[in-house]
Design a protein around this ligand. Structure first.
Ligand code: PXL
Length: 286
């Protein structure tokens, strides 16, 4: 007798981002994060990077209309409970993505909440976004975002504030909120004054919430920002409020960094699948 299947449809989320051939960052990190958070992951590829643990050797962008078509195809059939953007590569793709968001009900105040992670460079400093695209990020995506999640390097590029202390982290959150997102999360991972802690700062235009977490001694944080934004998007897809989703994401990323591992000669990745039980260690029963 054939058996019945038992699956039920999970929440659905989409990453609009780039690939990393080393499997650590970008879409590879996002899809594993969605899976680890119990969310069905869909993807719109914006760029293919030729990359290993040492650096990025090449970037090939996808035609903007093909990026937009991936979004519309999925939204019109499968449906989306959250979306997140990562490496968008250039201004033309950002323009096409913003249009596709409008025609598919994606963004702040619409059916599908949107997390914008303003990816500009890899941790090696390799450029992942054309200089000319910063204006498009600020003007087209931030006003549509439920939440933006810049790190301190991205803060400097986007608004010219060099965050060296907590006061500047607060100031940067205020300035970024002025660009239109509902929530700003200024990640404190690179803040030198915090020796033992890593404090991310959430701002909703009225009040600030500090999210403290441990700081780990590791160079293996490749893909950490992507996984954090994808876990926040997963929380939103699961129906959480934005502050709840950020707390969920912080809890998730702390463990992903704790379980990070060496890979190749350079920077290893965080471990988005730290949640997976090693079922392969159980001997088969047949
Ligand atoms: O972690 C930022 C990031 C996002 N997307 C892609 C990347 C990287 C960093 O290297 O390669 C494709």
């Amino acid at each position: 007798m054939p058996e019945e299947t038992v699956g039920t449809t999970p929440p659905r989320a989409m990453t609009i981002a780039g690939t990393d051939s080393g499997g650590g960052a970008g879409i590879a990190a996002d899809l594993r994060t969605f899976a680890a958070c119990g969310v069905h992951g869909c993807l719109a590829v914006c760029a293919v990077t030729v990359q290993n643990s040492v650096g990025v050797q090449g970037v090939h962008t996808i035609p903007p209309e093909t990026v937009a078509a991936q979004i519309s195809s999925v939204a019109s059939d499968i449906g989306l409970d959250a979306a997140k953007t990562g490496m968008l590569a250039g201004a033309e793709i950002i323009e096409a993505v913003a249009e596709a968001f409008d025609s598919n009900g994606i963004g702040a105040g619409r059916r599908t909440p949107l997390v914008v992670d303003p990816v500009a460079a890899s941790m090696h400093g390799d450029q992942l976004l054309a200089d000319s695209a910063l204006d498009a990020f600020r003007g087209l995506l931030f006003p549509r975002a439920t939440m933006i999640t810049p790190n301190l390097d991205e803060v400097r590029l986007l608004i010219g504030i060099d965050v060296h202390d907590r006061a500047a982290q607060y100031e940067a959150a205020k300035v970024l909120h002025g660009l239109g997102p509902e929530f700003v999360l200024v990640k404190g991972g690179h803040l030198a004054e915090d020796v033992d802690v890593c404090i991310d700062l959430l701002y909703d235009g009225h009040s600030f919430t500090e999210l403290p977490g441990p700081r780990f001694v590791t160079g293996n944080t490749h893909g950490g920002g992507d996984s954090m934004a994808a876990s926040i998007a997963s929380g939103l897809a699961r129906g959480m409020t934005a502050p709840e989703a950020v707390a969920f994401g912080k809890r998730y990323i702390v463990e992903a960094v704790r379980h990070s591992y060496p890979l190749g000669q350079g920077h290893g990745p965080v471990s988005p699948l730290w949640t997976v039980r090693p079922w392969w260690e159980t001997p088969p029963t047949v």
